[in-house]
Design a protein around this ligand. Structure first.
Ligand SMILES: Cc1ncc(C[n+]2csc(CCOP(=O)(O)OP(=O)(O)O)c2C)c(N)n1
Ligand SMILES: [Mg+2]
Length: 327
């Protein structure tokens, strides 16, 4: 693993992506609480460092497949905020013209190929995209994001096996936040580490501190280089914690006393900010200006989404079925 600290631009770009996620999440929760948008919302607060550090290593050509907990993966990959907000609000200006909603967002221009509510299903789909890239001789890779709970689903094992056999250019990124819905990791998962499961498919399995963007960056860099070189997939487990309930409105009553408070002391966003300034990679003033600029953009995105029209009824059957070639 190459442990060179990335250049200043990349370091600040990782922070920009983490801040985008944190601040959008705070606005999403406020807007939903105020009843301005009615949508199921799965907060990624606490998990910012993972997609931020992976995404700076990707291009628009690279694919991601993600799950219902998704705004962090989307924003880090470059989905425009306005269209993302509009899709959450079910508006005609959304990424999927308001027909996908929070659980079915796609935005191929930034490489977001599927969002799914079916636990475990991002992985076989990533395999299909990677297989297409491999057949066409393209250099792009596919990243499948999923949770710790998803690693107990059959599709996880099927996908790892086939990706290994066919040496598919896939990066499997498990965002291990310690819980699958209301079930604590240890109660439902036999493996000490999710990455241990890679051994049965003879692919590299790595566990990193998912609150440390550099640790995620270094591990992802090695895995992505390997995938682009045609050497096949990697299973990357990034350990973190979710600071909010499973879904908006869940009071976390099933957690152990003090557990969340302890995890929040390792909040990746302020910790990384402090590291950047302490090591002279960015000044406090520069980061404050960056945060203020993002807040302004979010306000504009919220306004855009709330004032956008609902989808026209004529859209109901459009884009639903693929038109066969030549029809
Ligand atoms: C196939 C399937 N089984 C069960 C569910 C219900 N369900 C929704 S989220 C979830 C927990 C998944 O946990 P994890 O994979 O750790 O992801 P996290 O929500 O923690 O990000 C479950 C069981 C589902 N959506 N799909
Ligand atoms: Mg989980």
């Amino acid at each position: 693993m190459n442990l060179t600290v990335p250049d200043r631009r990349t370091l600040v770009d990782i922070y920009r992506r983490m801040t985008l996620i944190k601040q959008n999440d705070e606005h999403f929760r406020a807007v939903i609480k105020a009843g301005k948008i009615v949508a199921p919302y799965y907060s990624p607060r606490g998990q910012e460092a993972i997609p931020a550090a992976v995404s700076v290593l990707l291009t628009n050509e690279d694919y991601i497949c993600t799950i219902y907990r998704n705004i962090h993966d989307m924003l880090a990959k470059g989905v425009p905020m306005r269209e993302l907000w509009a899709e959450y609000a079910g508006k005609a200006t959304g990424t999927c013209k308001g027909k996908g909603g929070p659980m079915h967002i796609t935005h191929p221009a930034s490489g977001v190929m599927v969002t799914t509510g079916v636990v475990g299903s991002s992985m076989p789909i990533a395999n299909g995209l990677a297989l297409a890239a491999q057949i066409r001789g393209e250099k792009r890779i596919a990243v499948a994001y999923f949770g710790d709970g998803a690693s107990n689903i059959g599709a996880f094992h099927e996908a790892l096996n086939l990706a290994a056999v066919w040496k598919l250019p896939v990066l499997f990124v498990c965002q291990n936040n310690g819980y699958g819905e209301h079930t604590r990791y240890e109660i439902a998962t036999s493996a000490a580490r999710i990455s241990d499961r890679a051994a049965s498919y003879r692919i590299p399995g790595v566990t990193v501190d998912g609150n440390n963007p550099l640790a995620v960056y270094w591990a992802a860099q090695t895995a992505i280089e390997r995938a682009r070189a045609g050497a096949g997939p990697t299973l990357l487990e990034a350990c973190t914690f979710r600071f909010q309930g499973h879904v908006f409105g869940d009071a976390d009553s099933y957690m152990q006393p003090g557990e969340k408070e302890a995890a929040m002391k390792k909040d990746p966003v302020p910790l990384y900010r402090a590291w950047l300034t302490a090591h002279g990679h960015a000044s406090d003033a520069e980061l404050t200006a960056l945060e203020a600029g993002i807040d302004k953009e979010i306000d504009a995105a919220v306004q855009f989404a709330l004032s956008s029209p609902d989808p026209d009824i004529g859209e109901l059957q459009r884009d639903v079925l693929a038109v066969p070639v030549g029809a």
